[in-house]
Write a protein that binds this ligand. Sequence first.
Ligand code: DP6
Length: 320
Amino acid sequence: MRAIARAQPNIALIKYWGKRDSQRNLPAVGSISVTLDELYTTMAVALDGALDHDELEVNGRAAQSMLPRVSRCLDSVLGGDRLRARVTSESNFPIAAGLASSASSFAALVVAAAAAGGRETTVDELAGLAGRASGSAARSLYGGFVELRNDADGIDVATILDGEAWPMRVVAAVTSRAPKPVSSGDAMEISRRTSPFYSRWIEEQDMDLATARDAIAVRDFGKLASIAEHNCLKMHSVMWASRPPVVYWNAATLACLERVRELQAQGAAAFFTIDAGPQVKVICLPEDETRVIDALSNTDGVETVLVSGIGPGAARVNGD
Ligand code: DP6
């Protein structure tokens, strides 16, 4: 009746932006990501017949505003007539600031909930359920380089290359810890309704996915770097051209991009990506990690730098 699971956030190299079915939270496009290692969310779910409503605590505090989404996710895993649950979540990185905390949270939640309820499930099924709660969460059920394919009747998620097969480091420059002004879900909807670039974004995504897939298959860092940066800037261009515009960046975000350009000019194997927040994630080969950390740490406006390798998918914590 009680289980604990751990999941790592994932960073999209080819982005999910836009929904084709908001009721079922189905993405409008496929995506490719890497699952992280050292950053994680631990989620405990205790089903308790004595409770008359669900309870949620996030990093030691009651989190009322997130409870409805968590309750819906528990319903989807265990059915609406389930016992109420006490859910406790701890993340070792800033939440709600564009570091994909919803991905690690909902991935860990579906694993812990299924285990607490004694439900036999497949990873595929859990990925589908996590994706209903948050599209990017489906990818955190898998480790390494992960592709989410947008299938006719849902999503299909799989590891396309193990992390050990092509070790990389991810250096995240945190430029603000403030919660984001617009949720990614709302921003996607604004983009879909108002951005003149949205349809083009959707049209080109399969091409970007194919390029990234090929680059990963042959471990071509330059090719992956170029398509990932292009896809990221294209996604933000869609947002910037929306009405109202959605701009997640701050001055330090841009300063970090300049730093990455300098590092590249000096021969470093490194590229940037940015999600629905002002943080800049730099993906690099292990031999360039130290100079990337040094450069980003010494950039004005960078509060802290978090470092991670590529890690495994969500899993139950042993013994719990
Ligand atoms: C920019 O998964 O947070 O990080 O499905 O509405 O919960 P919802 O959206 P979410 O969006 C992630 C958007 C992104 C790109 C990505 O991770 O692919």
